[in-house]
Design a binder for this molecule. Structure first.
Ligand SMILES: C[S@@+](CC[C@H](N)C(=O)[O-])C[C@H]1O[C@@H](n2cnc3c(N)ncnc32)[C@H](O)[C@@H]1O
Length: 362
């Protein structure tokens, strides 16, 4: 089959050129010798010596053979009669761990299914059956089904916004769904920093493995210090590891606190009271109820920024701003503005919201 032989670094340009002219065959680029790539050509592409090729050679070589495009095609033949609808249609990957819900009908075939997934997805090390979340830490029950190298640890690293984060879906809650929210937190804090005209202390008492923090820690002059913690000891272990990775030893933060403690009890420690400028509240089923216990952490001078996430019944959505106003008034503050915005795609009866307010202490 005819392929246009191009230097590797020009592959993208020639792919786009051939595609836009309808001359790109669908078999994929093949590696050639001397750091060249073969762009597969359709029969209608111009002759080998046509000047459109700008002197590039057209060579005759084997097209790339396409492997299966879906893991189902890798199942043993005796299972091929089962309809597509029988198998899970979705899965989630964190780092090199794949998690899939296995319905009772599929269970007898779960291990061969996991093997087929491993063969199809070269970046996956471990496939686990996901039996749903459990307990106060909302941790998933994961049962290993197949491993590429024999290891069954669910600890792994993900990348988010260009940063590596240690996670462990088998022992700590983490959701990639809030990744855009973490960028929004950075923007909100940049604006707030400009308002106060000084670096900020952030408190993140439900930090999990700490995904809110790397963007904040990396932003020059944004943070003076941080208080971060979680009640789940496994989360705090990874949180400490992550923070060590995200902070250069030369950067000074004051305070710099990471600990395992019930957020409701933070304000019983005098050294944590009146310290934070920004409070992040991410315990969605309880965030609004916990506010009264958390507000004492804020430094009651000038202004503070409160930002959190909550799950509320749709019928109670309109009452949310008032609940925030009330909690802040109880703490002798005044909300300058309260925004409660729905984050789409959660459920029809309940909504997932992000709330934010600047609190004035006058
Ligand atoms: C929804 S997760 C959020 C984790 C993290 N902020 C994130 O975005 O991935 C809530 C976290 O709060 C922790 N948690 C639950 N109850 C807590 C409490 N009373 N005090 C402190 N942490 C708590 C859980 O272990 C969990 O890691």
């Amino acid at each position: 089959m005819r392929h246009l032989s191009v230097p590797s670094h020009e592959t993208e340009r020639w792919l786009a050129f051939c595609r836009s002219n309808g001359w790109l065959a669908p078999t994929g680029v093949v590696p050639l010798e001397s750091d060249h790539r073969g762009v597969p050509l359709t029969q209608s592409a111009p002759a080998d010596d046509d000047e459109v090729w700008e002197g590039m050679q057209v060579v005759d070589t084997e097209p790339r053979s396409k492997g299966p495009t879906h893991w189902r095609e890798r199942l043993p033949v005796e299972l091929h009669h089962l309809p597509e609808s029988f198998w899970p249609s979705a899965y989630e990957i964190q780092g090199d761990v794949l998690m899939v819900k296995v319905e009772p009908d599929v269970e007898p075939h779960a291990k061969v299914m996991a093997q087929a997934m491993l063969e199809q997805l070269p970046n996956v090390r471990l496939v686990c059956a996901d039996a749903g979340v459990e307990g106060e830490f909302r941790v998933r029950q994961l049962n290993p089904l197949a491993s590429r190298d024999g290891s069954v640890s669910t600890r792994t690293q993900i990348r988010e916004h260009g940063v590596s984060i240690w996670v462990d879906p088998g022992s700590v809650y983490f959701s990639a769904r809030l990744s855009t929210q973490r960028l929004e937190t950075l923007k909100a804090m940049q604006r707030f920093r400009a308002l106060l005209n000084r670096p900020l202390v952030v408190a993140d008492p439900y930090a999990g493995v700490g995904p809110s923090l790397p963007l904040l820690l990396a932003e020059p002059d944004l943070l003076e210090g941080f208080l971060a913690g979680d009640l789940n000891p496994d989360a705090v272990g990874l949180l400490a590891l992550n923070i060590a990775d995200w902070t250069a030893p030369t950067t000074e933060f004051e305070p710099k606190v990471v600990f395992c403690e019930d957020a409701l009890k933070w304000s019983e420690r005098p050294e944590l009271v009146g310290v934070a400028d920004v409070l992040l509240v991410n315990l969605p089923h309880d965030s609004l109820d916990h506010l009264p216990s958390l507000l004492p952490l804020l430094r009651k001078q000038n202004r503070s920024l409160l930002r959190g996430w909550a799950i509320v019944e749709r019928t109670l959505l309109s009452a949310c701003p008032q609940r925030i106003h009330d909690a802040v008034s109880e703490a002798n503050g005044r909300c300058e503005d309260v925004s409660v915005e729905e984050i789409k795609g959660f459920s029809s009866t309940r909504c997932f919201v992000v709330f934010q307010t600047i609190i004035a202490w006058d």
